[in-house]
Design a protein. Structure first.
Lengths: 414, 91
């Protein structure tokens, strides 16, 4: 949509095809968007965007089977403008952005699923939707993480289980005031809560919770490969159900009415999962191009989508002016992405995935924290061990070993 | 709450024809049946009588996890036709 917005602004004839009833109706986000990276790519629009709440508080919850540790980080600097990040719902945000795109003169056509590409020799010259053929000088495929168009164009290989995670998200309705009080927020302020540990039963992944204006987005993310290879398979939906039943989650969602149950896949491959980004007459952007980055504490995707859309529009506009729609000319797209934060950040954090894939993060470390704290807090009937001895015992059991040493060393890749 | 009840809250308009087709020959020899735990809607199951894999396409959330998980390529999966499938009201 950002690409359509810029091209329409430049006076180009743009058709935006959307397979849902309206833009956003097939999209799912966790929910948060960082605005600093994108404000220049959506000039003047961010200030009026229908975001939910600006995030002033980050909560991290580490869970053992029956215990948990919670860390809350609040920063007064985040309470005043310009805000760093906002919680967001895609149905609202996308329909607003689609309005802006239409105002610029682009044709937004819903209920139009693109089935195939039209080719002239080695160049894409349009799309096929059902029986209809629509010609185009350039096709920008922003068809999401599954991007069938990128596959049909021969730009990427079939998707592999180890590169993807499945996310399930539930929306709970709660009134605004209850959310403010429960999370200790002023009106308009929001909180983000990440969860890691026992909830994924040792599998790659974690949980998240974001406060929206009058709803909560609660979800769980689990690696598809890990889910597939379980010895005693537990369904993803069951993990979600168990997660939402945890007291650490119930304290937030209690009394909330479930309104929606959504699912989406996320690329976890980082820079290693990026396909070829262009061919003659075609560019791919956003999730379709594998632009998502999991840094453990922050997970990003929508900023890359907005920026890559804007950059794709810029290159398309140049190509149309020059009348050169060749792959050689369109390779500028990749070059410009490298000069922007999109491919630069993806590259900087290329090896973060190796660290986050370590299963000990989801098993050993939560257990260690939990056992350390229970040893320090417990007062039993007999003599109490010196605190240092208790701490040492817990550390020896879990982390003061060769594996722990390797984990420390691997952190350098972050 | 059961997952079927959760999906019932979603706005889904179902086509008469399934957008997910399984190759029972492949499914019949599959040792893992990874589609069962992976699907967030828990829509896959094994029919014990016929031995066939069954998918309740009507509750599909269109994430595509099953297609990725099925390394034996039994799942022929496309988006539902125009105007059909899930319409997220929050997303």
């Amino acid at each position: 949509m950002t690409a359509a917005y810029h091209l329409a602004t430049a006076g180009r004839q743009v058709i935006l095809l959307e397979r849902g009833d309206a833009p956003g109706s097939k999209n799912v986000t966790g929910g948060r968007i960082y605005v600093d990276p994108i404000k220049d790519y959506l000039p003047g629009l961010i200030a009026e965007a229908p975001f939910e709440r600006h995030v002033v508080k980050e909560i991290i919850t580490v869970l053992d089977d029956d215990a948990s540790v919670q860390l809350e980080y609040a920063n007064d600097g985040w309470r005043s403008e310009p805000y760093m990040s906002y919680t967001v719902l895609r149905a609202t945000f996308d329909s607003w952005l689609a309005e802006k795109v239409s105002e610029k003169g682009a044709f937004v056509i819903p209920k139009k699923k693109v089935d195939d590409l039209l080719w002239e020799e080695d160049r894409v010259v349009g799309i096929k939707a059902g029986d209809e053929e629509i010609g185009a000088h350039i096709v920008i495929a922003a068809d999401g993480a599954l991007s069938f168009m990128a596959e049909k164009a021969g730009l990427r290989k079939p998707l592999e289980p180890r590169n993807y995670a499945v996310a399930i998200k539930e929306i709970y309705r709660l009134d605004e005031k209850t959310i403010d009080d429960r999370f200790g927020l002023q009106p308009g302020e929001g909180a983000a809560n990440l969860f890691v540990g026992a909830i994924t039963r040792g599998m790659f992944g974690g949980g998240f919770l974001y406060t929206n204006r009058d709803t909560l987005s609660l979800g769980i993310v689990v690696g598809i490969d890990d889910l597939s290879r379980q010895k005693n398979p537990v369904a993803a939906s069951q993990l979600m159900e168990e997660f939402s039943a945890r007291p650490e989650v119930q304290r937030w969602i209690r009394g909330g009415e479930l309104k929606e149950y959504a699912a989406h896949i996320i690329s976890e491959a980082g820079a290693g999962g990026i396909p070829k980004l262009y061919t003659g007459g075609m560019l791919i952007a956003g999730d379709a191009a594998g632009f998502s980055l999991n840094l453990g504490l922050t997970v990003r995707g929508m900023e890359f989508a907005v920026a890559s859309g804007a950059i794709a529009a810029g290159v398309t506009n140049e190509a149309l002016t020059k009348g050169d729609l060749s792959a050689t000319f369109l390779s500028r797209y990749e070059q410009q992405l490298k000069e922007s934060f999109v491919l630069s950040d993806m590259e900087t954090f290329r090896h973060t995935r190796d660290v986050l894939e370590n299963k000990r993060l989801f098993t050993v470390y939560p257990k260690f924290l939990s056992e350390l704290l229970v040893a320090l807090f417990t007062i039993g009937p007999g003599k109490k061990e010196p605190l240092y001895a208790s701490a040492k015992a817990a550390a020896r059991k879990y982390i003061l070993n060769w594996e722990g040493c390797k984990d420390m060393l691997s952190m350098r890749k972050m | 709450m059961k997952v079927e009840e959760k999906i019932a809250l979603d706005a889904i308009k179902n086509d008469r024809e399934s957008h997910i087709k399984l190759d029972q020959k492949i499914c019949g020899t599959c040792p893992e049946r990874m589609c069962i735990p992976v699907c967030p809607g828990h829509l896959y199951s094994l029919n014990e009588e016929t031995g066939d894999m069954v998918v309740e396409y009507a509750g599909c959330l269109e994430c595509g996890s099953c297609k990725i998980a099925c390394i034996y390529k039994s799942i022929d999966w496309d988006y539902p036709a125009d105007g059909y499938g899930v319409q997220y009201r929050y997303g």
